[in-house]
Ligand binder design. Structure first.
Ligand code: NDP
Length: 330
């Protein structure tokens, strides 16, 4: 796979160009600040609300989304995926003109055909692989985060140069920008969210319920399962050393326990693979995108109900108790 680094990208491509950052949330704020610190001219487009206030505090002068879309050479769409089709239709598309570049931080809407860009502009993707907060923290520390990059439509012949310059301005070429595709980016992202993370969350909550039933103190259980930050350290070392290589940091007892019980730990891989198959099929067919669009149109009733249910689980009280016992939070 082609991976782009600092020497592959030239920030001079963005000289004299204005970047319109649409949305000042997780990614919008981090990317706008990084690009500005990289010497790029940035205008923030946002509704007049709390996000706009934050942009002002950060030294930007936010304008309405339509103005930012009209005035920018490169329009970076950094609002939530599910609201992009409506905002694109009403606030962005009517103001686009030939010669502009439309940039996405996920392949979601273009890949599923929910945003159809005009034929006479460049369409690119620079999708950081982690949360906006980390995009900013890594950049400020002199590093960066990985990104998926791709070009969907190259009218100008310069789309790749712009893609890599943006990746560099955000800090992503410091870590490596991977050339995947709009489809791969979004399908893998949704797969993690819908097949991998639910299984991990369910394992943790089931383990909590089981151990409480067996009479263990809730503080000790939560500490063991995740509050000590040991799992976070394990994941960090998986990324840095390799999934099994990092095991050398653990005791032989731990290594033997994990390796001897790994097979069959999920109650049979056939069941797990079946669930993964169903999830991927739902994603690839566009049925998930349609489900999520309907949920957004209805005002997120299921999301609100599910969030409420999750936050009412007793594990949340245990979380609070454990956190109150940590010196940093006491
Ligand atoms: P956020 O939820 O943080 O976006 C919030 C911003 O979107 C605010 O500026 C908000 O302003 C604006 N917004 C929300 N609803 C509307 C609306 N209906 N009309 C106009 N503006 C709206 O988004 P993220 O940063 O999480 O995601 C942005 C993009 O980045 C997505 O494509 C996502 O897939 C991608 N991405 C996200 C990552 C993450 O970790 N969060 C990681 C990598 C990529 P206001 O409320 O004023 O309208």
């Amino acid at each position: 796979m082609k991976v782009f680094y600092e020497h592959d990208a030239d920030l001079r491509v963005l000289e004299g160009k204005r970047i319109g950052v649409i949305g000042y949330g997780n990614q919008g704020r981090a990317q706008a600040l990084n690009l500005r610190d990289s010497g790029v001219s940035v205008q923030v487009g946002n509704l007049e609300d709390e996000y706009a206030k934050t942009a002002r505090v950060d030294g930007f002068s936010p304008v309405p989304i339509a103005d930012a879309a009209r005035d920018a050479d490169i329009v970076m769409i950094l609002i939530p995926d599910e609201v992009q089709p409506a905002v694109f239709k009403s606030e962005i598309a009517p103001h686009l003109h030939s010669g502009q570049t439309l940039s996405f931080a996920s392949g979601y809407n273009v890949h599923f055909g929910m945003v159809v860009p005009p034929k006479d502009i460049d369409v690119i993707m620079v999708a950081p692989r982690t949360i906006g907060r980390q995009v900013r923290i890594a950049y400020e520390g002199g590093g960066g985060v990985n990104a998926d990059v791709d070009v969907w439509q190259d009218c100008s012949g310069a789309a790749w140069a712009v893609t890599l310059a943006i990746a560099k301005g955000i800090g992503c070429t410091r870590a490596g920008a991977f050339h995947t595709s709009f489809a791969t980016e979004v399908e893998l992202d949704l797969f993690s969210e819908q097949a991998l993370w639910p299984a991990l969350f369910e394992c943790l909550v089931t383990a909590y319920e089981f151990l409480i039933e067996k009479g263990y103190p809730k503080e000790a259980v939560v500490l063991e399962l995740y509050a000590s930050e040991e799992p976070a350290d394990i994941f960090l070392q998986m990324a840095r050393q390799g999934i099994f290589e990092q095991m050398r940091f653990h005791s032989p007892t731990s290594q033997y326990g994990v390796l001897s019980r790994r097979a069959g730990a999920t109650g049979g891989n056939a069941q797990l693979r079946k669930r993964m198959e169903e999830a991927l099929d739902h994603i690839r067919s566009g049925r998930f995108a349609a489900e999520w669009r309907d949920e957004e149109l209805a005002g997120y009733p299921a999301l609100h109900r599910l969030r409420k249910q999750a936050l009412e689980h007793p594990i949340n009280a245990a979380d609070r108790t454990v956190r109150s016992l940590m010196p940093a939070n006491a």
